[in-house]
Design a protein around this ligand. Sequence first.
Ligand SMILES: [Zn+2]
Length: 54
Amino acid sequence: MKKPTKEERQRACTRKRRYRSQGDALDAVAILGLERSRKAYPCVLCGHWHLSTG
Ligand SMILES: [Zn+2]
């Protein structure tokens, strides 16, 4: 599997919802019932948190 390019990361960042903190992101995951398929990760581009698959 190839690594995401900088452009792909930028696109994902722009497209994804941002969370101010890990706690906010994990709260959203719990509310959506996605604990098994999503995890929160810190974004180096915007400094916020996004939800990732896998
Ligand atoms: Zn981001």
